[in-house]
Design a protein around this ligand. Structure first.
Ligand code: C2E
Ligand code: CA
Ligand code: CA
Length: 526
């Protein structure tokens, strides 16, 4: 259930990171394409408006120069001057002189023709009157722009305004600030030019990405069609998609690592500690002389959310290695007191035997935890036995001190698994002990005639000599019991009597195997 959630969340995050990374790369590519195109367009529009300004100023200067000449207009000299200007000033195509609606002369010579005045579109700040779209008066040709000052006028080719180096795909248009279109490289930009008065300077409209620039008397627009941007976009995508893919890969690796860490046995165990997933089972301990139940060994199980019970053999080594055994011991102690506290308080003959790891003994913290759990209940310390294994004890001196304290408080101390690892007889003498638990491995070596193997026999004799009470573990057959009794082993546990069970079942078992009325008294003065 929990694993499925972690896997589900990881898969979701993996998909999200791929979508977001690639999506972000595409979005950045789009922004990049738009930005670079927009910058290009704005630069072109700037150049175009500047060009318009220069053209207007050049033509205006030429007009004013003529008007200021101290020559009578339309004399041979005056016409020469007009012709010089038409030839030398790049933007000026021709020059004319009109007085009282009579076209008197032009840069080509005397004319003397009655003409209608051109409609004026706007007047510049320095008094030049501009007619954007006029029919030339000398010979019919394409529409021109006319500038008039005093009686002089010049004609300017509107193409002049668009003399900007353009990419094939860019469209350009120039309008007077009054809105009159002066020139356009292609049709269809009028609507965009009109947007300028609405305050817009850039954007997407009418299928075009555009930039509008206003300068002096002019508005310039440069635009590319949306389709053109796609090719820029594809270029930017080629550049950015590998980054998106690398980011996605990095995120996927991080998610995979995170999931692996969360799914690791250690992470699972940590979560189990946080969720208090440990339950105590109780294996009855019997008095072999009368087959009465006198107590129980507490054996922890990890109950996973799906109800699966995990054996301590599978998680205690990891818990000990990682230090998680300390909170697990705390939880076991709490649970034992919750499960059996009232029964223990009510019946002084009953005891529980709690397993401690080397780290518990080294830290000594089980003592305050135990006493807090026992609290104000009337559980006697002698009813709580503590099982310690000598293997793993780093500091024997420290262990001795902690166990002496425990015994001084009234608890019984048992040595567990003695003889199974690198046991030391010295430890047996150094540690303050009341009970020796005979491991199942030794009980298994009692043959069917009831004869224990020499090692088992020696351990039993030694325990007797040291005045230690014995509890035999893993008793499965009747002949083992006879042999154990013959060697003064008083207590035993094992499947012959009962397996470990839940608290309620144990209490029922206990009632069915009630001990003698006398409380069990063990010597606690080793
Ligand atoms: P142990 O302390 O030597 O516990 C006895 C083990 O032998 C238990 O296994 C018990 O179920 C099993 N056993 C008892 N009678 C028989 C029998 O007749 N036949 C067979 N085949 N097995 C029998 P379990 O419960 O799997 O516990 C294994 C070990 O886990 C324990 O060995 C103990 O070292 C550790 N352990 C269990 N509970 C705790 C705990 O609360 N704290 C700590 N630190 N260790 C624990
Ligand atoms: Ca034990
Ligand atoms: Ca044992």
């Amino acid at each position: 259930m929990h694993r499925a959630r972690i896997i589900g969340v990881s898969v979701f995050l993996a998909i999200l990171s791929v979508v977001v990374s690639l999506g972000l790369a595409c979005y950045l590519a789009w922004m990049l394409a738009i930005n670079s195109t927009h910058q290009r367009l704005e630069a072109l529009a700037q150049i175009a408006s500047h060009q318009a300004d220069v053209t207007l100023r050049e033509a205006s200067t030429a007009l004013k120069t003529l008007a200021a000449l101290p020559l009578a207009p339309c004399t041979a000299e005056g016409i020469d001057q007009m012709r010089l200007i038409a030839l030398n000033v790049h933007s000026v195509k021709s020059v004319g002189y009109v007085e009282e609606e009579v076209f008197v002369c032009s840069s080509w010579g005397t004319v003397g023709k009655h003409v209608a005045p051109w409609p004026e579109d706007f007047t510049t700040a320095d008094g030049v009157r501009v007619s954007v779209n006029v029919e030339p008066r000398i010979a019919p040709s394409k529409p021109m722009m006319a500038l008039q000052y005093a009686a002089f006028n010049v004609l300017v080719d509107p193409k002049q305004f668009l003399e900007v180096a353009l990419d094939d795909n860019v469209k350009l248009a120039i309008a007077a600030s009054s809105g009159h279109l002066v020139g356009a490289s292609s049709a269809g930009l009028d609507k965009i030019l009109a947007l300028f008065h609405g305050g817009s300077h850039a954007g997407l409209a009418d299928g075009y990405l555009y930039a509008l620039v206003g300068r002096g008397d002019w508005i310039a627009v440069a635009a590319v069609s949306r389709d053109e941007i796609w090719s820029d976009l594809r270029r930017a995508e080629w550049l950015l998609l590998p980054f998106g893919a690398i980011t996605a890969m990095l995120l996927l690796i991080m998610i995979w690592r995170g999931a692996k860490r969360q799914l690791s046995p250690l992470a699972e165990l940590k979560r189990a500690v946080q969720q208090h997933e440990f339950v105590a089972h109780y294996q009855p301990i019997m008095d072999l002389y009368n087959e009465h139940c006198v107590g129980a060994e507490v054996l922890v199980r990890w109950q996973q959310p799906d109800g699966n019970l995990v054996s301590p053999l599978q998680f205690i080594p990891l818990a000990e290695h990682s230090g998680l055994i300390l909170p697990i011991t705390d939880q076991v102690i709490d649970e034992v007191m919750r499960d059996l506290g009232p029964a223990l308080a009510a019946d002084p003959r009953l005891h529980v035997s709690i397993n401690l790891s080397a780290a518990d003994v080294d830290s000594g913290r089980f003592m305050p935890v135990l006493h807090a759990a026992m609290g104000k209940s009337r559980v006697r310390p002698a009813q709580v036995w503590l099982e310690v294994t000598e293997g793993g004890l780093v500091d024997i001196e420290r262990a001795r001190h902690v166990l002496e304290n425990a015994r001084a408080s009234g608890h019984c101390v048992a040595i567990d698994d003695f003889g199974t690892g690198y046991s030391s007889l010295k430890h047996l003498q150094e540690l303050p002990l009341d009970v020796l638990k005979l491991d199942k491995a030794f009980i298994d070596r009692i043959n069917s005639d009831g004869q224990p193997c020499p090692v088992t026999e020696q351990i039993m004799q030694m325990a007797n000599r040291l005045g230690l009470e014995m509890v035999a573990e893993g008793v499965e057959q009747a002949h083992q019991i006879d042999s154990l009794k013959a060697h003064h082993v008083r207590f035993a546990q094992g499947w012959y009597f009962a397996k470990a069970m839940r608290a309620s079942e144990f209490l029922r078992f206990y009632r069915e195997h009630l001990p003698s009325p006398e409380p069990l008294a063990l010597a606690t003065s080793a």
